[in-house]
Design a protein around this ligand. Structure first.
Ligand SMILES: Cc1ncc(COP(=O)(O)O)c(C=O)c1O
Length: 374
């Protein structure tokens, strides 16, 4: 095994998370899974291939290269790019059969020309701004933009309408409910004015799926929950989720140090007593965050040990105490289970002052992913 520091991706858990979402929303709705950012760090290609086999309907990406990677790997599912393309990305996007979120007239006209020059009709979803404040056509201009696409863009096919819900994971439901109402009203007006029907109207991220059944509409767009985490501790936990990955390494070196001996860069930790110190080959370049210096913990053989000294780029140290039976080669769990002990991505998120999304995304490319059967 050349990859001592590695991630095990539990495709079986990701599969059951998707199936649990499917059960909750019912068979009549479609599911788009967000596989942007390399599947939130889990591996977009493998997650997408599994999803294709189990009947997921759509994939969602943030960038054109993310979609190209999937196409080159042989993934055939429809792929939606959640944001518009820059002009120089358009040809590649069209040729790789992306559906593209659009929200601005000039950009739409350019995309139509790119699609014309490729002689390929391209699917677009109208992204309507209802409260996210990021991208989207202002709601009072949505009808007009839809009209331009329908009438003036023969190489674009307007099939979807979408919006995004920034506080669907919060206990208070008012803002999200208002967004859903305004979105549905705008969609209805567009359909009535232009005498056509969107095939896919969608807005539900994980928070929407868990907390707002009225947001499910034609299709849901889960991200974090398919990787096993509730988007916040305020969302109802009505759908059972299991973690999508474990992050592990092994003890590479053990030494006994005398009281007063310092450990690591900056000499920020000094042994208060004679102690065994284990080194393991994971550091901030792997995504073992430097903020864990003198504050993180790891699990070895079902026991929790504190990180001592500064996390280095490629290695870190933990204190095994004054007596130990830990040996070089023993497994070190950074995220996951060891015996009956667990370190979760939630724990990392809390310690690092961030969210589970960033925790799994920040496990770096150097860390090889291995995939469980599903
Ligand atoms: C447009 C869009 N839809 C869906 C999602 C999935 O969100 P979540 O991971 O909170 O389920 C995202 C993620 O940020 C997104 O940008």
């Amino acid at each position: 095994m050349l990859y001592q520091t590695h991630v095990r991706v539990h495709l079986n858990n990701i599969r059951s998370n998707i199936e649990n979402i499917r059960k909750a929303i019912g068979p009549e709705r479609k599911i788009l899974i967000a596989v942007k950012a390399d599947g939130y760090g889990h591996g977009a290609v493998e997650v997408s291939k599994m999803a294709e086999k189990i009947g997921v309907d759509w994939l969602g990406v943030a960038t054109v290269p993310e979609a190209i990677e999937l196409r080159l790997a042989g993934v055939n599912l429809p792929i939606l790019k959640f944001s518009p393309c820059f002009p120089e990305e358009m040809t590649e996007a069209v040729n790789h059969r992306l559906a593209i979120a659009v929200c601005e007239t000039n950009n739409v006209l350019l995309l139509n020309e790119a699609a014309r020059s490729c002689n390929r009709v391209t699917e677009v979803h109208l992204k309507i701004e209802t409260g996210m404040g990021r991208i989207g056509v202002p709601i009072d201009q949505a009808k007009e933009l839809a009209g331009r696409i329908i009438k003036d863009c023969p190489f674009l096919r307007l099939t979807g309408a979408m919006t995004h819900l920034p506080v669907s994971d919060e206990a208070s439901k008012t803002f999200t409910q208002r967004q859903i109402d305004r979105f549905k009203k705008a969609v209805k007006e567009i359909e009535q004015t232009h005498g056509f029907k969107f095939e896919l109207v969608h807005c539900a991220n994980s928070g929407g799926i868990l907390g707002h059944p009225e947001s499910w509409l034609d299709m849901v767009r889960p991200g974090i929950m398919l990787y096993g985490y509730y988007p916040s501790d305020e969302t109802p936990q009505t759908i059972v989720l299991a973690p999508g990955l474990s992050f592990k390494t092994r003890v590479s070196f053990i030494k006994k140090v005398s009281a007063g001996c310092s450990i690591g860069y900056g000499r920020t930790w000094v042994a208060p007593e004679d102690s065994y110190i284990a080194t393991f080959p994971a550091g901030y370049a792997d995504g073992f965050n430097r903020l864990f210096s003198n504050s993180g913990r790891v699990l070895i053989n079902g026991v929790s040990y504190p990180v001592v000294g500064r996390v280095c780029m490629d290695q870190s140290m933990c204190n095994l105490g004054s007596n130990t039976d830990v040996k070089v080669g023993d497994e070190v769990v950074l995220i996951g289970w060891s015996g009956n002990q667990n370190i979760s991505a939630y724990e990392w998120a809390e310690k690092l002052g961030t969210i589970t999304y960033e925790v799994t995304c920040q496990i770096s490319k150097r860390v090889r992913r291995f995939y469980d059967d599903y």
